[in-house]
Ligand binder design. Structure first.
Ligand code: GLY
Length: 459
């Protein structure tokens, strides 16, 4: 580890070495990488440390336009494809110093927290190109109430809802009394994926509403959105936008519950597949017309700067798609299935998002299905140990191990989070892709390793 002049630590090697040091053979290794002529080379800094950021780094490292790749803070996997830097993703001044010193061209923001805090706006007058939305546009994820108002303004189908605070708690109780079926309580702000409660019992729903408003999720639940429950099948659509035009990326579906058959506690995601068999051309045409286009139109009319990804959490109810939530970033583990399916160069796409040519950009995708299975620590999503040594048999092939909660410790790789490694495979269909990932998972070991074997079971 080398200490740099402004207090930021760097690890790992240069890109050429890193590309050769990928943990597993890449399914995109058939792509020809050539030295481009007359094309601008880019220095890239990715912020984040999960499986999504390893997948972004893995994809960007394959670009012939990538001159240098840094990941802050990254994980053991990202250090194999670029240079990890120890940096706080919410310390914009430290990030700016690094961007200046290393002449970064693209700042790719993985998680939502820096976006909601306003990293896009911090760099608004800087020449670095931020991949992400402005602070105001990030409110689509940062405030459920803001997102619902936006959807109502632009006629985007979503659940009926009412905002409740301490001041109108009685209205909240009355709303619960009137609800038929399950009651959905959502913390208005960011609550690390834990702020949504779905309750059957009205008395319990009232207790939880009061607890939320009194700080169950801190400031995030000072306002609670009570929503009509929608019963259907969920899927996720990802869009790259420059705030005026858009391109649709591969569709995905994630599996959030810890247990087989979608049982037990909610997690950040135990696995995902892409594409989703029931999302056909007719349904996508409806999603575009009813949801994506009014969303982009809304951004345009409201003049919300947005040069990043929109992650639409959708639900199909009686053949009609509705928005459950907006996210202002890519999903995790969805990114671990989306990017292996993308043939297009991610840096070309980023350039198009910034130079006004996105409308003409064609995103090329592989036909194959990708599945990923998340290996998690014992006890996750509750408390879990860290520092367990991870062993990966070198005979593992045909899958990619995207690191999530891992770090290097001396010469070993150890666990450093609840979600540890996402094992992605590409195959003719999701069953075959899941089978391939399971075969390769048998070659990975750490104490207490847990995972689901049934990703895609409901399709
Ligand atoms: N997998 C869900 C998310 O990234 O929010």
């Amino acid at each position: 580890m080398v200490k740099s002049v402004n207090g930021i630590y760097e690890t790992s090697a240069d890109l050429t070495h890193s590309q050769q040091a990928l943990t597993l053979p890449s399914p995109t290794s058939e792509l020809t990488i050539f030295a481009p002529h007359n094309q601008t080379m880019h220095k890239v800094l990715i912020l984040g440390s999960g499986g999504r950021e390893h997948a972004l780094a893995w994809k960007i490292a394959q670009s012939p336009l990538c001159e240098k790749l840094y990941i802050g803070p990254g994980n053991a996997g990202t250090s194999e494809v670029g240079t990890n830097i120890a940096i706080d993703i919410l310390d914009f001044k430290a990030i700016e110093r690094y961007v200046d010193r290393h002449k970064i061209d693209f700042l790719v923001v993985g998680p939502e927290a820096p976006l909601v805090k306003g990293i896009y706006d911090h760099f608004a007058k800087h020449k670095v190109k931020v991949i992400g939305p402005s602070k105001v546009a990030s409110q689509l994820e940062g405030s459920k109430s803001f997102a619902n108002d936006f959807m109502r303004s632009f006629n985007i189908p979503t659940a009926a809802s009412v905002d409740i605070t301490k001041a109108n708690l009685e209205e909240g109780y009355a709303t619960i009394d009137k609800q038929k079926g399950n009651i959905v309580l959502k913390a208005d702000g960011l609550a690390a994926g834990k702020g949504v409660l779905i309750l059957e019992d009205k008395a319990e729903a009232k207790r939880q509403l009061k607890a939320m408003i009194e700080g169950k999720f801190g400031a995030a639940s000072e306002t609670v959105v009570i929503e009509q429950f929608m019963d259907g099948i969920e899927f996720s659509v990802f869009v790259a936008t420059d705030g005026k035009s858009y391109q649709v990326l591969p569709i995905a579906k994630d599996y959030k519950r810890i247990g087989e058959g979608d049982t037990g506690l909610n997690t950040g995601g135990m696995g995902a597949i892409s594409p989703v068999p029931f999302v056909d051309e007719a349904l996508m045409a409806q999603v575009k017309e009813d949801i994506i286009e009014p969303t982009i139109e809304g951004l345009k009319i409201m003049e919300y700067p947005y040069k990043g990804f929109i992650f639409l959490g959708l639900i199909l109810v009686k053949g009609k798609p509705y928005v459950i939530e907006y996210n202002c970033r890519l999903g995790d583990p969805e990114t671990e299935v989306i990017l292996p399916r993308m043939k297009s160069d991610l840096l070309e796409l980023f350039a198009a998002m910034h130079d006004g040519s996105l409308a003409d950009y064609k995103v090329k995708m592989r036909k194959k299905t990708a599945a990923t299975i998340m290996l998690v620590s014992q006890g996750y999503p509750g408390s879990y140990p860290k520092g367990k040594e991870i062993l990966i048999d070198q005979s593992m092939e045909g899958s990619i191990a995207f690191h999530a909660g891992t770090k290097k410790q001396s010469h070993n790789t150890v666990t450093n989070g609840g979600r540890v490694i996402a094992v992605t495979s590409l195959a003719k269909n999701h069953k075959k892709a899941v089978k391939k990932s399971l075969e390769n998972i048998s070659k990975i070991h750490f104490d207490g390793m847990n995972y689901r074997t049934d990703i895609g079971f409901d399709l």
